[in-house]
Design a protein around this ligand. Structure first.
Ligand SMILES: Nc1ncnc2c1ncn2[C@@H]1O[C@H](COP(=O)(O)OP(=O)(O)OP(=O)(O)O)[C@@H](O)[C@H]1O
Ligand SMILES: [Mg+2]
Length: 470
């Protein structure tokens, strides 16, 4: 339930309770007042009747006695019984509505008289007839009707007050709740999108909600500013490192060309060599091979960093087109042949004769294969084979690169695709920790999947699948 509704409900219930309580007290005091005033006037009548009876008994005010019954009738008495000291009825009178044989209940409070008569009695001096007593019965129907009216009015006024207070409480609850409600989405969205922060207008008021909103506005504004500043810094940093890495490419190409040129000069006898082709396995030949491989590796690393930065910056693919994964696998195997042989390894390629076509950025898929094959060679023991397989698998093209190295432990499999993963199974040259991160990003960008399994009989088998071109 929303806070505004909850507050409105609580306020209304509280308002209703208060109205009920006040109204109940008011009706009760009105009723008590009515009973008391009726009892008072009945007592006055009783005292008057007693005085008249005694005057009549003494015979000193005969004109009163003559009009006695008239007076009694006009005083609203329903019946009267006067008994002498011996208990004989010396006078009985009724207005016709009350029975003289009704069992009286003098002393019972008027509010408890259920037979619609209030009885009052008192002793009276009857002169020669001794001490007697008089009993007056007053009808309570008029009083009961008045009490009924008070009850009805009470209920009516109570309902009216209840409705008014409930409506006011509801409006107040909703107003207060809505003000707090406005804060909630703003506070919730701030950590998700600090740059989308908009100041709250509630801050204008001086109550607690207004102060809370003002504090939130101050916090949001500084967070927005800080996030923007950080983003700009991050962007600058990224641009700078991309530029630096990019600039590495030029000297690397120069070094690579220089090495090739030097090798040529040695072959042609223009260098300090003996004019013969550097012998394979000889010191000079070996130096040239190592220099060539290392520069190629450096170039690949630079490419990886640039590609990854590009993919993190740009959505989608740069240059998608029909790409034959089988052909890429063959080219990759050829390029790595020398490096593999240098380690006493061999690369086996198992691809179908027909093209294994996908729609892809060919250069990117080639980088994936290069990274997987390079990793495989790094972790393979000498004399072992690295196997590249490409095959159609239903709607997909499935490519795998397996080796016979230590494999990837089960617990590390979900993590090795993370950038700079450093729980290395076996450290190797140029361990940057970007290769597999690049592979995963590239394959996902193509709508494919990548994972690692156990190779047979042992080793790691990296598998990726791409949607086949239709
Ligand atoms: N074929 C494999 N056999 C065993 N471990 C592997 C294999 N391929 C990758 N790994 C493990 O996964 C880690 C991450 O590989 P990844 O290619 O991302 O980084 P890297 O090879 O260390 O550095 P680079 O950025 O130069 O490729 C490696 O450090 C290695 O421990
Ligand atoms: Mg690697």
């Amino acid at each position: 339930m929303r806070l505004s509704h909850r507050l409105a409900l609580v306020f209304s219930l509280f308002g209703a309770l208060l109205t009920g309580l006040f109204q109940y007290q008011h009706v009760r005091s009105l009723k008590l007042e009515s009973y008391a005033s009726a009892e008072r006037s009945n007592q006055v009548v009783l005292s008057s009747v007693k005085a008249l009876l005694q005057a009549q008994a003494r015979g000193d005010r005969p004109e009163f006695a003559r009009n006695f019954l008239n007076i009694v009738e006009n005083a609203g008495v329903a019946s009267m019984v006067v008994q002498d000291g011996r208990g004989r009825r010396v006078l009985e009178w009724t207005d016709g509505t009350a029975s003289l044989e009704r069992p009286p209940h003098p002393g019972l409070p008027i509010s408890d008289c259920r037979d619609h008569y209030h009885d009052l009695s008192t002793g009276v001096d009857l002169g020669v007839k001794g001490k007697g007593w008089v009993l007056l019965s007053f009808p309570t129907s008029a009083l009961e009707a008045r009490i009924g009216d008070i009850d009805a009015d009470g209920v009516q006024n109570g309902l009216l007050a209840f409705s008014l207070i409930s409506a006011m409480a509801w409006v107040m609850g909703v107003w207060l709740g809505l003000r707090v409600d406005q804060l909630v989405p703003a506070v919730e969205s701030l950590p998700k999108d600090p740059e989308g922060f908009r100041p709250l207008r509630l801050a204008g008021s001086s109550d607690e909600v207004g102060r809370l909103a003002a504090a939130f506005n101050a916090l949001g504004a500084s967070l927005k500013q800080e996030t923007q500043r950080r983003r700009e810094l991050e962007l600058e940093k990224r641009e700078l490192s991309a530029m630096l890495v990019h600039d590495l490419k030029t000297p690397l190409t120069v070094i690579h060309s220089g090495i090739t040129l030097l090798e040529e000069q040695f072959k042609n006898g223009n260098g300090t060599g003996d004019g013969k082709k550097p012998k394979k396995g000889g010191t000079t030949g070996r130096t040239f091979e190592l220099l060539g491989m290392s520069t190629a590796r450096l170039q690949r690393m630079v490419e990886d960093v640039l590609q990854l930065a590009k993919m993190e910056e740009v959505e989608g693919l740069r240059d998608p087109g029909p790409t034959d994964v089988a052909q890429l696998a063959r080219a990759c195997a050829k390029d790595f042949d020398l490096i593999a042989k240098d380690r006493g390894q061999r690369i086996e390629v198992k691809v179908p004769k027909e093209p294994a076509l996908v729609t892809a950025d060919a250069a990117l898929i080639r980088r994936v294969l290069d990274n997987l094959v390079h990793n495989a060679i790094e972790h393979n023991p000498s004399e072992a084979a690295v196997t590249i397989k490409v095959a159609r698998d239903g709607e997909h093209i499935r490519a795998s690169v397996s080796d016979q190295g230590p494999g990837i432990p089960e617990e590390a499999r979900s993590e090795i695709f993370r950038k700079f993963f450093n729980k290395r199974v076996k450290p190797h040259v140029g361990n940057v920790g970007l290769g597999l991160a690049l592979c995963e990003k590239a394959i996902h960008r193509h709508g494919g999947t990548i994972g690692v399994e156990d190779a047979k009989p042992h080793g790691a088998c990296f598998v990726f699948k791409l949607p086949a071109r239709v």
